[in-house]
Design a protein. Sequence first.
Length: 222
Amino acid sequence: MLGSRRFFWRCCLSWCRSCIWVIRKIMGIEYEIRGRENLPTDGPFIIASKHQSAWDTLIFNIIVLDCAYVVKRELFFFPFFGWFLWRIGMIGIDRKGGANTLKRLVANCKARLKVGRSIVIFPQGTRTPPGTKNPYLPGVAALYTQCNVPVVPTALNSGMFWPRRTFLKHPGTVVIEFLPAIEPGLRRREFSTLLEEAIEPATTRIEEEARRVFGAGEQIAD
């Protein structure tokens, strides 16, 4: 079973690399990774990332090999695609669920972490276009307090080049910035505050950089 999952994971990795290559060649969207030194090297961890576009769902597979994304449960209902997500061990969550949903999320993430797989979660639970705000949901705090692994806050500005609900793309360089890891041991509220205070200003900074350097995001501002 494990060997089978690894085979499907290699297929996923090849697909993601191919998509990123096509996006770079045809649309002119490059990417730059900053703060890679903030990724722990002594065990699995949780990436808590801003989520601005579909592009985000490709890139972490390339940066953190064999990671497991937390994704909306509805994706598992798509023919073949949902089956493929299940085979590579992605984690579905009912975004409208309550306490039992959080318990299942924690249990599923613990199982992945136990075998050395890092987790990718989007704390706001949905794509949040540049210049807009969505609340940080309780899932990431539940993982932090119960999984006992570092959480790496992550800012990105992909929405400046790959806006939501439009075919128009803007060439330039997406920045993915890994910020210093939050080590286990904080109280839930303290962690949540620290996470948001890390991600939001960094995201604003690299959005402004994209606007200044590439003129990106003008269609959003309009």
